[in-house]
Design a binder for this molecule. Structure first.
Ligand code: IMP
Length: 421
């Protein structure tokens, strides 16, 4: 399992792509087109939103699990975009249980962001789509193929239209148009659709190596994140089981992807945020602009309180540390080791946003390395100060590292502990 240990954008796409070389199956288990995973292969850069990052290897089976919110038109676009680049997508499989993200979900996301719920979402319809799933008025991939689908769709669209017209003063949706658009996509995607829980469990039975790829991160989890400033799914390890249809007894390693500093997009508290020139410097050097929305990301120092929390709620066995080269030019680097609220020290990540907002980070400072790491290929080649920084992260979290990324390319990855035995 590969999970984001912070607020998303930790570099999961790159780590998945790297680890995928030794995997047989790569499974996306939650989120939707709110995710943007960047993978750099040679001089080519790919942006993936729904399709697992393993798709760039021709021999891997890539699975979109039941926990993903599926925007079918976006998926068709993504497949066609990859095919235009000469990437074969015939090894893609889509869960027949995955819920569909409908055109009206995007509309509601946009309208709610202007109204009672200003979270800074990606406006990709994620909250409304998962909301309908939980309300039991959603539609799964398999439902579209049922005879009674047009009638069920009509009932739901009628109700959505009433809300749109009466509450938001918006034009209604034409049910026929939605149906035609869905059917065109389903016709295009039909061959990919299957019971992916069965597929993945059978693969495990045969001794295949399966990797579960999370989107977003621990602090965006609907239960364990900084609610309500979260996404509407479970990016954490528990969500990986639910969203892929495998049991926890089948999981051997849980790798938390940790960026060497912290970023956040959208609203919500962020204790180590730097709103000064240092934050701007990290943003520019780390190209911290949203893959999906282009929004500038808020940047700050590494927060070990968050990482300890992520280690706990995910049961992390490993850390994959990314973008450490972004810190190359700093004389001194800070790590937050605790929070101070008034005269009280907090060792654990608080559940109340009010408390979190009041917290002041308590930092330790470490020497920077003031040299480029981009060409380092082994752990021993890393400067001593870099190794001290990495070991400090392990010491503060109690979780060993398995991988350190020193640049965006596949080759710029140092393995410190094999993930696939
Ligand atoms: P939503 O997932 O579009 O509903 O957005 C909810 C919150 O999660 C917002 O603060 C988004 O910026 C954030 N978010 C959603 N997806 C990602 C992601 O892939 N990376 C980072 N933040 C994300």
């Amino acid at each position: 399992m590969l999970v984001g240990a912070q607020w998303g954008d930790e570099g999961k796409g790159k780590v998945t792509d790297f680890l995928a070389e030794k995997a047989d199956y790569i499974v996306r288990y939650q989120g939707g087109t709110n995710a943007g995973h960047t993978v750099v292969v040679g001089d080519r850069k790919f942006m993936l939103h729904l399709i697992p990052s393993g798709i760039l290897y021709p021999d891997k089976v890539c699975v979109i699990g039941n926990g993903v919110a599926l925007d079918l038109e976006m998926l068709v676009n993504e497949i066609e975009g990859l095919e235009r680049e000469g990437i074969d997508t015939s090894n893609l499989r889509i869960s027949s249980r995955a819920h569909l993200l409908m055109p009206y979900h995007k509309k509601f996301d946009e309208l709610q962001e202007q109204g009672c719920r200003q979270l800074g979402t990606t406006k990709r319809g994620i909250g409304p789509a998962y909301g309908d799933k939980i309300e039991r008025v959603g539609f799964r991939m398999t439902d579209v193929l049922d005879d009674d689908f047009p009638a069920r769709l009509e009932t739901v669209v009628k109700e959505k239209n009433r809300i749109l017209e009466r509450l938001y003063d918006q034009p209604p949706y034409d049910c026929r148009d939605i149906l035609d658009r869905l059917r065109a996509c389903v016709d295009r995607l039909r061959d990919y659709v299957t019971d992916t829980s069965l597929l993945v469990n059978r693969a495990l039975d045969q001794g295949k190596k399966v990797m579960l790829e999370g989107a977003q991160g621990t602090l965006l989890d609907i239960d364990h994140g900084t609610y309500p400033y979260v996404t509407s799914s479970h990016p954490t390890a528990g969500g990986a089981c639910v969203g892929s249809g495998i049991g926890p007894t089948r999981v051997s390693r849980v790798v938390g992807v940790v960026k060497a500093y912290t970023t956040r997009v959208g609203e919500g508290p962020f204790p180590t945020e730097l709103t000064d020139a240092t934050g701007d410097f990290i943003r520019e050097r780390g190209a911290e602009f949203g893959t999906t929305t282009g929004r500038p990301r808020r940047c700050g120092w590494l927060d070990a309180v968050i990482l300890r929390y992520a280690a706990r709620v995910n049961g992390l066995t490993d850390l994959a540390i990314t973008k450490i080269d972004v810190l190359d030019e700093f004389e001194r680097i800070k790590i937050c080791v605790g929070y101070k609220r008034g005269n009280t020290m907090l060792e654990e990540f608080p559940e109340s946003l009010k408390v979190l907002q009041d917290c002041e980070p308590v930092y330790i400072e470490m020497d920077g390395w003031k040299t480029s790491l981009q060409n380092c290929r082994t752990y021993e080649e890393l400067p001593e100060a870099t190794r001290r920084y990495i070991e400090k992260i392990t010491e503060l979290t109690g979780v060993p590292h398995c991988l350190v990324a020193v640049g965006p390319g596949r080759g710029q990855t140092i393995v410190t502990r094999e993930v696939f035995a």
